[in-house]
Ligand binder design. Structure first.
Ligand code: F6R
Length: 242
């Protein structure tokens, strides 16, 4: 059994409100926190709560992205950076230079990953990291098989992940085949981890991550190695837990 804390709420909306509350609590104690953001569908209601409730709480924080598609410019509508701008940075009036993300169109992808790791180190590391989970158990874009000591790097995206993320792309566009992602080792370096999963499609991955063996076959099971990891679920995502 792991030491991962699991908290279950009746619905996704309440789970998201709880996650926003956890972050706002951290920011009250440490306004200059380095906050790690996840993109995608699951955090959208968290971002909505923050827009409604954060006031100036994020003004002194730094925001750090987990991953980005290769080949998408920073202002591409499907880029993760654009999601953070649209859902948090612009509506909350945050300074754009406080948002730190991987550059998906960098000429030298390895150099870009090294630059990002150095920027994280300069910030003193991530204090509070929000994670989502893929149906295959991925965190960031670390697909099954990724070593737990991996750092930020370019990765091929699995077909499952490309299919799951296709809705964010216009019908005439291909989902990128490569992304840049913080490694599992990078993610585990954050002081606190909060993984939010909602909906029944995540139930199997959640059960494997929290109650299965700690194995590279399930990237999110790496949370079992972290001293301060919380998994926040709605009831459908918790359905397979014992
Ligand atoms: C996004 C990320 C991914 C997503 C995961 C779940 O920055 O790192 O691991 O969290 O693919 O995506 P959604 O929330 O869209 O189901």
């Amino acid at each position: 059994m792991s030491d991962v804390r699991v908290v279950v709420f009746d619905d996704a909306e309440t789970a998201a409100g709880h996650v926003a509350g956890l972050l706002l609590g951290r920011l009250r104690a440490e306004p200059a926190s380095v906050v790690g953001l996840a993109a995608g569908n699951t955090p959208r209601p968290v971002h909505a709560h923050l827009r409604a409730e954060a006031g100036g709480a994020l003004a002194a924080a730094h925001l750090v992205g987990l991953d980005e598609y290769v080949g998408l410019a920073a202002d591409d509508p499907a880029a993760f950076r654009t999601q953070f701008r649209r859902e948090l940075v612009d509506p909350l009036g945050l300074a754009a230079e406080r948002l730190h993300t991987l550059e998906g169109v960098a000429a030298d992808l390895l150099a870009e990953c090294a630059r990002f790791e150095a920027a994280l180190a300069d910030l003193g590391g991530v204090s509070w990291q929000l994670l989502g989970i893929g149906r295959n158990g991925h965190i960031g874009f670390n697909e099954p098989g990724t070593p737990f000591d991996s750092r930020t790097r370019p990765v091929p995206l699995s077909e499952t992940t490309r299919r799951d993320n296709a809705a964010a792309f216009a019908p005439d566009r291909e989902v990128p085949r490569v992304a840049l992602t913080q490694g599992i080792g990078t993610i585990l370096s954050a002081r606190s981890l909060v993984l939010l999963a909602t909906g029944e499609t995540k139930a199997e991955a959640v059960a494997a991550a929290v109650q299965g063996p700690c194995t590279v076959a399930v990237p999110a099971s790496a949370l079992q190695r972290h001293p301060d990891a919380t998994v926040v679920l709605d009831r459908p995502a918790a359905r397979r837990l014992r």
